[in-house]
Design a protein around this ligand. Structure first.
Ligand SMILES: NC(=O)c1ccc[n+]([C@@H]2O[C@H](COP(=O)([O-])OP(=O)(O)OC[C@H]3O[C@@H](n4cnc5c(N)ncnc54)[C@H](O)[C@@H]3O)[C@@H](O)[C@H]2O)c1
Length: 440
């Protein structure tokens, strides 16, 4: 089987290399020079365990990164994996322009005989109402004969290579033949494919998976904040509610973002008619977004109003610590940094995995290789993701002891062993509002 993949980002590259490993002849096109440069050096442009080794093995063998798909080769399918971000400028509307440009890019190779698989996350109806008419126009066949499939990506960054061959793959097709080719392709990677009844159902499965996660984290965050209004540690009450009791599985408090979770509730509700479901779903997303402001308020309270000498150290800039990733896209840490920077605080940033250049490119403050160096001139430290290395950072306690009035917000409770250390008060999202509530 031969497939062309349009977009070699997180989704496209992991899929391209996994498919190549499983025996598919894969051609990939990408518009970013940086990504293509990295591939020439047999490496990915992001951190993903196991991926570089497979790239080195498949580059030039079953995987070919090309400027455009070769005209002299027959393709069975093309997979669209381009991004579907929200519009720039704060408008929380999905931008599907990349999908349209990806469709245009296959014009030279497409004759209506190939399957077009949409892997990107889209609003309900996009495959039928945008992709099918476009393809029909391109090949001159009626929409009913055009082969399109919606097969959403559900891997998690940091475990994508493993998950691509283990997770069930949701498959849908515009007709029987489309469904058949889509199944054939995914069966190279996994025996576990789930055909669903319609393109719309596949679109919804993806949006439901992510929005469900978003909303369950929102419940954890809302419960946590509510507990503090009663003077109770929010993380503690959630841990005890869950302990040994299977019917409670309440999420611990934390930030909920990243390139998918920050947008998928908006993509789901984008074309949903106004209804109570829509309001309910969006209230979860907005609650998660409001966690940024709670942290900014905590900084004001513990560091004081912004001034030149008010340095705040932020560690854990990638959107999550486990599984570890270098990805800064949609990171709550970056959003918090932007808000603190706009208020006038000086920032010292650190991350165990994210690239120094990418953090510097944010233009929000100094970037440090070493966490302790970042803390040196600071009045407070925010630990903003749950990277495992924080559990080893015994020196955080030393910093707290050495520096009079130094405040630490270990948002995820990542260095929880240190909570009860003498003389150091390490706040968590479970208790960071308790002092304020007590003063009311
Ligand atoms: N990142 C994840 O783990 C993940 C998981 C599930 C679903 N998704 C969804 O998958 C889609 C892709 O996400 P991503 O994280 O891989 O995005 P990404 O931005 O990392 O990758 C998209 C790539 O497509 C390239 N591109 C854009 N237009 C192109 C064109 N016309 N021709 C060739 N290349 C083009 C971009 O340069 C970019 O490298 C999104 O809809 C996202 O919501 C992502």
């Amino acid at each position: 089987m031969r497939v062309g993949i349009i977009g070699l980002g997180y989704v496209g590259l992991t899929m391209a290399i996994t498919a190549a490993e499983c025996g598919v002849d894969v051609y990939g096109v990408e518009i970013s020079d940086h990504i293509k440069d990295c591939l020439r050096q047999n490496r990915a442009h992001f951190f993903e365990p196991g991926l570089d080794r497979l790239i080195a093995r498949q580059n030039g063998r079953n995987f070919h990164c090309v400027e455009s798909f070769p005209q002299d080769k027959d393709f069975d399918a093309f997979v669209i994996t381009v991004g579907t971000p929200l519009m720039a400028g704060g408008l929380k509307k999905p931008n599907f322009e990349y999908i349209k440009s990806a469709l245009r890019s296959i014009a030279g190779n497409y004759d209506g005989g190939q399957l077009i698989i949409l892997r990107s996350t889209v609003s309900v109806g996009t495959t039928r109402n945008v992709v099918l008419p476009f393809l029909s126009q391109l090949c001159g066949k009626p929409e009913s004969d055009v082969l399109a499939a919606m097969c959403p990506e559900r891997t998690v960054e940091g475990k994508a290579v493993e998950e691509l061959t283990h997770l069930p793959q949701i498959i849908s097709g515009s007709n029987e033949r489309a469904l058949e080719i889509a199944q054939r392709f995914f069966r190279y990677m996994t025996p576990y494919v789930i055909p669903v009844a319609s393109l719309e159902e596949a679109e919804l499965v993806k949006l439901y998976c992510n929005t469900y996660r978003d909303m369950s984290f929102a419940i954890g965050n809302a419960f946590c904040i509510a507990a503090q209004t009663f003077g109770v540690d929010g993380a503690s009450v959630i841990r005890h509610a869950n302990q040994g009791y299977d019917r409670a599985n309440i999420a611990l408090p934390g930030f909920v973002a990243g390139p998918c979770l920050e947008k998928d509730a908006y993509i789901l509700t984008n074309n949903m008619p106004d209804c109570p479901s829509k309001d309910f779903i969006m209230s979860g997303r907005r609650f998660n977004e409001s966690m940024e402001d709670y942290v900014v308020d905590w900084v004001r309270e513990h560091v004081g109003e912004p001034a030149e000498d008010k340095v705040v150290a932020l560690s854990g800039m990638a959107f999550k610590g486990q599984p570890e990733t270098s990805d800064l896209r949609g990171s709550t840490s970056v959003y918090i940094a932007r808000k603190l920077h706009a208020l006038g605080y000086r920032l010292a940033m650190h991350d165990f995995v994210a690239s120094r250049e990418e953090m510097q490119a944010l233009g929000l403050g100094e970037v440090y290789e070493d966490l302790m160096d970042a803390c040196r001139g600071a009045k407070a430290l925010l630990v903003l993701n749950n990277h495992k290395k924080y559990q080893d950072v015994q020196r955080i306690r030393e910093i707290g002891c050495e520096k009079e009035g130094f405040a630490i917000l270990d948002a995820w409770g990542a260095c929880r062993d240190l909570y009860h250390s003498d003389g150091v008060r390490i706040y968590t999202l479970g208790n960071f509002l308790l002092d304020r509530e007590a003063q009311k």
